[in-house]
Ligand binder design. Structure first.
Ligand code: ADP
Length: 626
């Protein structure tokens, strides 16, 4: 019998793995099953060129046995097996790339997490076992060997009497402690659950004996044992498309992603190329309750040849598509992806690009062909798409802008920007929008009225971030976005403009005086043609609109912003006569009251609160009492 020490790096890794607090120790089973599956693959391919092996594919299997008394869990395969040398080399050294990871990185908990997520193969057995015995017979040797180790202090190898090809791994489970219960791995249902979770799509059957209780004629219980296959073997995403029923996808979706409402869209695709992969993706029919909180984690399941290697790979999804659920299976991603860091993995990057395109196409198709469905989707996830544009400072504009919907002033229907352009007036070089809390409130804005009357369509923005997004986008199809409340929205003809300029000049003294009364809040007072019946409105100058002021000041930061506003007065309203009278009589006390009330009115219409409600209320009463 040989007694050997592990190679230096292996020892270090082992120590770290066994002694760190493992939240994810259950992955050991996935690792051992995957190794067994590889060994079966190998013997099968060998048999294709070597008849002497006499292998029947249907006989290849993985078997799990539980012995509660001895507290052992055994994983057997009739695969290629290992020679004495292989036992020593393969199980005694951690793959080179593994040691490289440890040379490059320090022993930080971050690194541990990476390993924890992906597993480190065979060694993960020591997370649950105090002693591991591997008995193996290789197809290349007549002898069989037994490898045994308790973990850190090396291993021993001796001959064994195993006759059949393959490998048997016996795990002597660790003793239970107050915090840790290892007995769970002796329960059939735990094993079954883990196989379903991680190894359901291993192509070879994973068998386990199931105890059955039956009663004989004398009503005595007799125990029988039946073989049970634990895995379903063919991944749903590998089955022929025509053969998978819609309900199967739905069940799969409900089961894997814990959503009991049907997905809105299910789409599957195969990509061949530098990095080939299959994807099965779902768009949920509603936002999860935690979707817009920081608790929500985006990501897709990542499979390598049908084996789950990561539950939520966040690098596969951009933030603006974080609502997508599903999985990616790639032959080109090795189980050992852990051994490089994920971010540096070029394959993942390629897949992520492919996935992004698929999602975009799917959304475009939905928008084109299933408008109602798309609108439902947009209600729940539209904000996320808008974030995508905003957070990328417009870099993602091209990708996302055609997926946006806004309520339009004509029919109050949701339209795309493209549809807006298709309907717009000849020579229109501006896309008009108006902001407010609800469609009705916007529709009643005095500024909206005249723009609508001139025949222009207006986008009604009710999402608090809408205007910020349009500011980032600046224009669509070479047409600038413009708030109907912006001072630059001017639909007057040249003559009208000229006439307005003239009357503004004539009333300059009046306006200057009035402005003195509200100078903290208003940077100018002038006539406007944009109002039909209403006496006043506010327009904004510069980058911050009144609506943006509202949103920004509602945020929990100390810094408050102020939009630069102009109080505009309807030239044709009878109130103007009153103002002119007061001014010519030099009744400044009364003029001040009128000015303040008019400004307050304009604020209220915009949905802004009053800075001084008591003062305004008193002023109104005084004026009424006259
Ligand atoms: P890997 O990620 O390479 O599978 P492991 O530590 O899990 O790393 O296993 C190391 C090597 O040991 C494998 O590459 C394989 O050659 C061998 N091995 C492990 N389990 C088995 C098995 N059940 N049958 C045959 N060979 C095995």
């Amino acid at each position: 019998m040989k007694k050997k020490q592990f190679k230096a790096e292996s020892k270090k890794l082992l120590d770290m793995m066994i002694n760190s607090i493992y939240t994810n120790r259950e992955i050991f089973l996935r690792e051992l099953i995957s190794n067994a599956s590889d060994a079966l693959d190998k013997i099968y391919y060998n048999s294709l060129t070597n008849d002497a092996l006499n292998i029947k594919k249907e006989e290849l299997e993985i078997r799990i046995e539980i012995d509660k008394k001895a507290r052992t869990l055994t994983i057997c395969d009739n695969g290629i097996g290992m020679t004495e040398e292989e036992l020593e080399n393969n199980l005694g050294t951690i793959a080179r790339s593994g040691s490289e990871l440890f040379k490059e990185n320090n022993e930080t908990s971050k690194d541990m997490q990476i390993i924890g997520q992906f597993g480190v193969g065979f060694y993960s057995a020591f997370m649950v076992a105090k002693n591991v015995v591997v008995t193996s017979k290789s197809i290349d040797s007549d002898k069989s060997y037994k490898w045994e180790s308790t973990g850190t202090d090396g291993f021993s190898i001796m001959e064994s009497d195993k006759k059949d090809n393959g490998t048997k791994i016996v795990l002597y489970l660790k003793d239970n402690t107050e915090e840790e219960n290892y007995d769970e791995f002796l329960e059939n249902y735990t094993i079954e659950r883990l196989i379903k979770k991680y190894s359901d799509y291993i192509t070879y059957p994973i068998m386990m004996k199931e105890e059955k209780c039956e009663k004989d004629k004398e009503d005595k219980e007799i125990k029988t044992y039946e073989d049970k296959t634990l895995n379903s073997r063919i991944p749903i995403w590998k089955k022929e498309k025509q053969k998978v029923k819609e309900e199967e996808y739905q069940d799969f979706y409900a089961d894997k992603f814990y959503d009991y409402e049907k997905p809105l869209r299910t789409f599957r695709s195969v990509v061949e190329g530098k990095c080939s992969f299959t994807s099965l993706l779902f768009i949920p029919s509603h936002a999860p309750y935690d979707y817009y909180t920081k608790e929500y984690e985006k990501g897709l399941q990542l499979y390598s040849k049908g084996v789950l290697i990561m539950e939520k790979c966040s690098d596969l999804l951009p933030d603006y598509y974080s609502f997508v659920k599903g999985l990616v299976d790639s032959e080109d991603i090795s189980l050992n992806i852990s051994r490089e860091t994920l971010q540096e993995n070029h394959q993942i990057e390629l897949i992520a690009k492919g996935i992004e395109n698929k999602i975009k196409k799917e959304l475009e198709t939905m928008l084109k062909e299933e408008r109602e469905q798309y609108e439902k989707f947009f209600k729940d996830f539209g904000t996320q798409l808008k974030y995508g544009i905003y957070n990328s400072y417009g870099m993602k504009k091209e990708d996302l802008q055609d997926l946006l919907l806004y309520t339009s002033s004509k029919e109050k229907k949701m339209i795309t920007l493209k549809e807006y352009i298709a309907n717009c007036m000849e020579k229109q070089d501006t896309i008009y929008y108006a902001c407010g809390e609800t469609i009705d409130k916007i529709d009643n804005l005095p500024q909206v009225e005249t723009v609508k009357e001139k025949g222009y369509e207006i986008l009604y923005l009710t999402d608090y971030m809408d205007e910020f997004v349009l500011k980032v986008m600046q224009e669509y199809d070479k047409k600038k976005f413009l708030n109907v409340s912006d001072e630059n929205t001017n639909l007057d003809s040249e003559e009208e403009k000229e006439a307005l300029k003239k009357s503004n000049e004539e009333n300059k003294k009046l306006f200057d005086k009035m402005q003195e009364f509200v100078k903290e809040n208003v940077s100018g007072i002038q006539f406007t043609h944009r109002l039909k019946n209403h006496p006043v409105c506010l327009t904004s100058k510069g980058n911050i609109s009144v609506e943006m002021e509202k949103v920004m000041n509602a945020m929990p930061t100390n810094e408050k912003v102020k939009a630069e506003v102009i109080l505009e007065i309807n030239e044709n309203h009878k109130i103007i006569k009153k103002l002119q009278d007061l001014f010519s009589k030099n009744d400044l006390e009364e003029l001040e009251k009128y000015t303040k009330i008019l400004y307050a009115q304009a604020r209220l219409i915009e949905g802004l609160s009053l800075e001084n409600p008591t003062e305004i209320s008193n002023l109104i009463c005084e004026v009424l009492a006259k």
